[in-house]
Design a protein around this ligand. Structure first.
Ligand code: BGC
Length: 768
């Protein structure tokens, strides 16, 4: 099969370290709970120094976070996602000769990712040094149906020989995390986080239980092998490893089939993880593998049904967007113990921490396609609200809650506070995602149960961190999204988002006014009308920096006073700047790592005039390096919004294939999930001109010149709408649910079946 939207394949791919590392990520399997990088079962030559890696979302340990000068309140412990027991390894040999892609002759090799079936497939034809040929077919799955389960279906066929063949299926508890001291985005020291405490065989399965060194967590992995050919079997067990060894009389032309079931159960989710592992393995074995494959397909077919995006006229971009959406459903946590990390479950870059990436770049996709996933992500924030309260106290705030800039279990894990803990906008980001969830679902019961408490507790922080000055509300000493400009006064993004947040804190109060829940929350967090009035007053008087001469929103109070640094004068090899310049050097220049004010204009476009947004875009476009992968998608959306279609398309191209083409050269450390969510937004919010507001949903589609058509779907309230845009018309189809009023190019229509908007109107794009 050729590469298609739901199938990605590499044929006879290179076997150098660079490509192997990249493919470990591009072909990893994950289901939001476990993630397994694609390591060859038979291993690599020793000099490659590969670390087979697999993770559980939210499963972490602490390490000491050394602060040279231990100032009050700085985080002194960091959390790290852990590499967990390796269940991937399977070795085959005959007469002392081992199969390895790195010896003998590789006759054929193929690596495929099937995004409809949720499987990866490796096919190999290989000749050993002594001329023995085998065909190998390996199918891997992390089950969406049974989250702790990872399966490897391993089929080997001797093509031209018959001989006693040995299969060693390994379950290894002695694992370490990957480190790279040269890159601040990755952990720099090798620590043994997990220590195996028992390794035993029970009912033909191996169980390894391991404990973390500081976080008090436990993990049990169980591996059960099933071999479907006549064989002899023995276990070789030591403290941290179990090898299940088979001897088979292999015959030329006869396939040998092994299925390796592995389950991973951690003590965060399960009170007794060993017992749970026993149950899980039993459950997995009680169903034929084909049934599990079918369940996987069913799960994904429901996912694609709600979110399918199609681009006609550009196969490479169409394939890329499918790949990106698939990675999002693979990466996203769906329980209150986890969220979605910048690298998903494909690598330990950023140590598995959760950032604002989730709320501002990934929620938008799920909120309008599979809102129950956004709800689960909000539940995670709710589950960690107490720690956000504690964090606020550490930072000197007497009440309210401040979410940590980066965390796994809820406590702040930022090593460098100017570009970390100082990003108070995280509170606004969390609130923004809850408001969006409400606008789509109108799920007021959830707001009553969790959303309002988060919104009010986080809104309280604005009143404490900000203050009135000459009648206006100022927020000083914070960092906005742009991490090349730190600790500033009145960051436009922060202030305008705080204003929106405070306004909704007031709205939710009145929406819940007569409910029992308000009474309970009044008692629980002492929220009262006088405080709501304070929220309102701060919002009404929020200071939003504006420069009369340039007619733009300055990024903050001092931004325009700084030296401009001509981007073209910087050597190409010095990007990303964070790896080559001292932070203070960056802070003293007008240089942006990523969209900041332009991002604010995207998410809250009604706060400014067209003229201000256009001028600002042009101003910041010249000084933004896009060193963060979170940036080009936002520029694409705003370029489309402001009528610069070619520029929008160019930016889109750099986001859509960022991982597939390893454009940032760091995909081996993991995929870029925020950018993936951003590439979706660039189609739906950018070209589709979709907006979600209190007054409803609106569209203002344009079509990039190289495309013949594109389509996407939106779930809104009880309905699902299919939007198809081609050069002649836009067609809106109500796929299910009740009729809806929608705005298209600023005009209201009732959508009760199908609505056709002709080309003449498309040319007058007019966003409201
Ligand atoms: C960006 C942040 C982002 C983080 C994780 C940093 O490079 O500047 O905005 O949250 O990466 O993706």
């Amino acid at each position: 099969m050729q590469n298609t939207a739901s199938f990605y394949e590499l044929v006879n791919y290179p076997l150098d370290r660079y490509h192997l590392n990249l493919n470990e990520v591009l072909f990893h399997n994950a289901n939001g709970y476990i993630g397994i990088r694609y390591d060859f079962e038979e291993g690599y030559p020793e000099e490659y120094n590969f670390t087979p890696s697999q993770y559980i979302n939210g499963f972490y340990d602490y390490a000491i976070l050394p602060q040279a000068e231990k100032l009050y309140g700085l985080a002194d412990e960091k959390q790290s996602i852990l590499n967990i027991a390796n269940t991937q390894t399977i070795k085959i040999s005959w007469a002392g000769e081992y199969f390895s892609m790195f010896s003998g002759t590789l006759l054929e090799s193929k690596l495929s990712l099937d995004m409809e079936r949720g499987l990866t497939l490796r096919q190999v034809k290989w000749r050993s040094e002594s001329g023995k040929e085998i065909a190998l077919r390996v199918t891997r799955m992390t089950s969406f149906h049974q989250l702790p389960l990872f399966t490897i279906e391993y089929e080997v066929e001797p093509l031209n020989f018959s001989a006693p063949l040995v299969i060693e299926s390994i379950h290894d508890g002695a694992v370490l995390n990957y480190v790279n001291p040269a890159d601040p985005r990755i952990a720099d020291e090798c620590i043994q986080y997990l220590t195996p405490v028992s390794c035993e065989i029970k009912d033909g399965a191996s169980y390894i239980t391991s404990r973390t060194s500081s976080s008090g967590l436990e993990l049990c992995t169980c591996v059960k092998n099933q071999l479907f050919n006549e064989h002899q079997q023995e276990f070789i067990v030591n403290n941290d490893e179990a090898v299940c060894k088979y001897e088979i009389k292999a015959q030329a032309g006869k396939k040998i089939r092994l299925v390796k079931y592995a389950v991973f159960c951690d003590s965060i989710r399960y009170p007794n993880c060993k017992q749970q592992a026993e149950l899980e393995i039993k459950q997995a074995l009680s169903m034929p593998l084909e049934y599990l494959y079918q369940k996987q397909t069913d799960y994904l077919s429901a996912f694609w049904h709600n979110c399918m995006v199609e681009i006609q006229g550009d196969i490479a971009l169409n394939n890329a967007i499918h790949f990106n959406l698939y990675q999002l459903i693979q990466s996203v946590g769906k329980d209150p113990y986890s969220n979605i990390a910048p690298k998903g479950l494909s690598g330990d870059g950023y140590e598995g921490h959760y950032f604002w990436d989730s709320e501002m770049f990934i929620h938008p996709f799920f909120t309008i396609t599979n809102p129950s996933i956004s709800r689960a992500l909000i539940q995670y924030r709710y589950a960690t609200l107490d720690m956000a309260r504690e964090n606020a106290r550490i930072m000197g705030h007497k009440k309210g809650a401040l979410y940590p800039w980066r965390t796994i279990m809820g406590r702040e894990s930022s090593g460098f506070f100017p570009a970390g803990s100082a990003q108070y906008h995280i509170n606004g980001d969390v609130a923004y995602s809850i408001i969006a969830y409400y606008l789509v679902t109108k799920d007021i019961a959830f707001i009553a149960q969790a959303g309002a408490e988060i919104i009010w507790e986080t809104a309280r922080l604005w009143l404490d961190v900000g203050n009135f000055h000459k009648g206006q509300f100022h927020i000083n000493g914070v960092t906005g999204p742009d991490e090349y400009t730190c600790i500033v006064n009145n960051n436009y993004y922060t202030n305008v988002l705080a204003q929106y947040h405070l306004n909704w804190a007031v709205k939710f109060y009145y929406l819940l006014e007569s409910s029992q829940c308000l009474r309970e929350l009044e008692a629980k967090i002492q929220i009262e009308l006088w405080e709501i009035k304070e929220f309102q007053q701060a919002a009404e008087n929020m200071y939003l920096p504006y420069d009369q001469n340039l007619k733009i929103n300055p990024q903050d109070d001092s931004f325009l006073q700084k030296k401009v640094w001509d981007l073209d004068s910087i050597p190409k090899d010095n990007f990303p700047l964070l790896l080559y310049y001292h932070p203070l050097h960056l802070y003293r220049h007008q240089i942006c790592k990523q969209a900041d004010t332009v991002m604010a204009h995207f998410i809250l476009e009604d706060a400014q005039s067209e003229e201000t947004m256009l001028n600002s875009f042009k101003y910041y476009d010249k000084i933004t390096t896009h060193d963060s992968s979170l940036s080009p998608c936002v520029y694409s959306i705003m370029a489309a919004r402001l009528g610069m279609e070619d520029l929008a398309f160019n930016y889109f191209k750099t986001t859509a294939r960022l991982d597939l083409d390893n454009m940032h050269k760091n995909t081996p450390d993991g995929i870029h999930t925020a950018n993936m969510g951003g590439s979706y937004m660039a189609i739906v919010y950018g070209f589709g001109g979709f907006r979600l507001k209190e007054k409803g949903i609106s569209f203002a589609p344009i079509i990039p010149q190289p495309w013949t058509a594109y389509s996407f779907k939106i779930c809104f309230e009880d309905s699902r709408i299919l939007v198809h845009v081609n050069k002649q018309q836009c067609i809106f189809t109500l796929e299910c649910g009740s009729e809806k009023n929608i705005l298209v190019y600023g005009k209201e229509y009732l959508l009760n079946d199908q609505l056709l908007i002709p080309e003449s109107l498309m040319n007058e794009r007019n966003l409201q």
